[in-house]
Design a protein around this ligand. Structure first.
Ligand code: TRP
Length: 457
């Protein structure tokens, strides 16, 4: 299989299509929902710096590795790993790495869909003018009401899962390319608008300071791990999503340049979201560390009081839902591609099966905010435990092994040929980063959380 030049699942129509799809995968709830709230919980500036370093030194090299491996293997991550291992003469156990990714994607999607469901509920709230003239307290209780209702959350979670699986069933290439083309610029414009609003709040500088002025005494081993895990999460790395997208990538495209552009766009969106949100937090006396509800408790305040906010609010949450959708499909695509290859079933059947199981698991997250809120594992509720397990453990671990595979198992001549950087020094730098720097960084952060070094404990 590895020597055929096309994937059985089809190919992107152009380099631009790949960039759109991969950016669509990267930019999502991770940037707009998760980045601000974990930044708030982890004390701001110092956390942001660690995150940025992780994106540059670990994320980009691994994104290059995943894309390159996918394009060379041309199949689902599990089978790509199999054929690349054969090519390089490595141990067959490597394909378990593909499994780790498939499971991580499925676990992440189960809660991702619930949060995307909140965003859908907010489209309706924006539509019916619920934010107009409301105080911060009223906006907050609107969110608590949603969280307290299993029924409402289940309703939206169900709709989001059905929508995701419907897109995946058609193949991730067709509609997606078109959707992302207007989505990204739209989201960008609305974020700029929110940043402009943030400037009028009187706490703009305080917000910027929180986000960019590091106070390293705020940094703990746990927050360093969260920052690193988030670098993987936000770039869709460590589970094969970018690998599977890479497998639909035509030859003769510069992988490295593309990866840098995608990571740049992704980081920009996250920072803009932060710049928009924290001034609203501080000017309304809200809590930066209030948790996963942060954007839902802050942005409606802006929409409720700015001119044209009614319309902008609708647009914003609609775009957020689409951004979530273009990310969600990449979480399940590796699993679906594998089902199709392995069982020779139709994409549609694979989607119905996978979708149902994911939906069911998602119910655990729905209940973790209400009925089961006091059921905890190591002090975390179901949602928190799932998030920790996937973003902080499975993705960095997957990334560590992907990096080692690309750097140490694949033969240098093969990766060099596939990357075609046209510059030996650049290639050597990349290979050094994936062979040593990224794996060592992940390893050290893991050990540090276990208290082995006691740095930032
Ligand atoms: N990157 C997406 C976001 O920030 C989420 C996502 C999509 C993801 N595909 C992934 C995270 C694969 C980890 C792995 O919202």
């Amino acid at each position: 299989m590895a020597d055929t030049n096309q994937s059985i699942h089809g190919e992107w129509s152009s380099r631009f299509a790949f960039i759109l799809a991969a950016t669509g995968s990267a930019v999502g709830l991770g940037n707009i929902w998760k980045f601000p709230y974990i930044t708030g919980e982890n004390g701001g500036g110092a956390f942001v710096i660690v995150y940025l370093i992780c994106v540059a030194a670990i994320g980009i090299p691994i994104m290059i590795a995943e894309t390159m491996m996918g394009r060379r293997g041309r199949q689902s991550p599990i089978n790509t790993l199999k054929s690349l291992t054969e090519e390089a003469g490595g141990h067959t156990h490597w394909h378990y790495l593909g499994w780790l990714g498939v499971i991580a994607g499925f676990l992440i999607l189960s809660y991702y869909s619930v949060i995307a469901g909140w965003s859908m509920a907010y489209v309706i709230k924006a539509f019916t003018g619920s934010f107009s003239g409301e105080s911060a307290t009223q906006i907050s209780s609107m969110f608590s009401d949603l969280q307290a209702s299993p029924l409402q959350q289940t309703f939206w979670h169900t709709i989001f899962m059905v929508a995701t699986m419907a897109v995946v069933a058609r193949g991730v290439k067709g509609g997606l390319e078109k959707a992302v083309r207007f989505l990204m610029p739209g989201l960008f414009i609305l974020l700029m608008l929110l940043v402009a609003y943030a400037m009028t709040t009187g706490a703009y500088l305080q917000g910027l300071e929180f986000l960019f002025k590091p106070d390293f005494s705020e940094l703990t081993a746990a927050s360093v791990l969260t920052a690193m895990g988030h670098a993987f999460f936000t770039l869709s790395l460590g589970m094969g999503a970018i690998m599977v997208y890479g497998s639909y990538l035509p030859k003769n495209i510069s992988i490295a340049k593309t990866a840098i552009m995608i990571a740049g766009a992704d980081t920009l969106v996250a920072l803009l979201a932060g710049i928009a949100i924290f001034p609203i937090v501080f000017s309304n006396g809200l809590e930066a560390g209030s948790g996963p509800g942060l954007i839902f408790e802050t942005l409606p305040i802006a929409f409720g009081s700015m001119t044209g906010g009614g319309l902008f609010g609708i647009l914003f949450f609609v775009l957020l839902v689409f951004a979530a959708l273009s990310s969600a499909i990449s979480l399940i695509e590796p699993a679906v591609a594998w089902c199709v290859e392995h069982y020779e079933v139709e994409r549609k059947q694979a989607c119905i099966g996978m979708g149902f199981v994911t939906w069911l698991l998602g119910m655990g997250t729905v209940f973790s905010f209400n009925e089961w809120s006091d059921v905890t594992i190591f002090g975390a509720n179901f949602f928190e435990a799932l998030d920790y397990l996937t973003a902080n453990l499975m993705l960095p671990l997957g990334g560590l092994f992907i990096a080692l595979f690309a750097g140490r198992i694949m033969l240098a001549k093969d990766s060099k040929d596939e990357l075609d950087l046209g510059n030996d020094t650049l290639f050597d730098v990349w290979r050094f980063l994936v062979s040593y720097v990224a794996p060592a960084a992940v390893f050290i952060v893991f050990l540090n959380v276990l208290g082995v070094f006691g740095i930032f404990s």
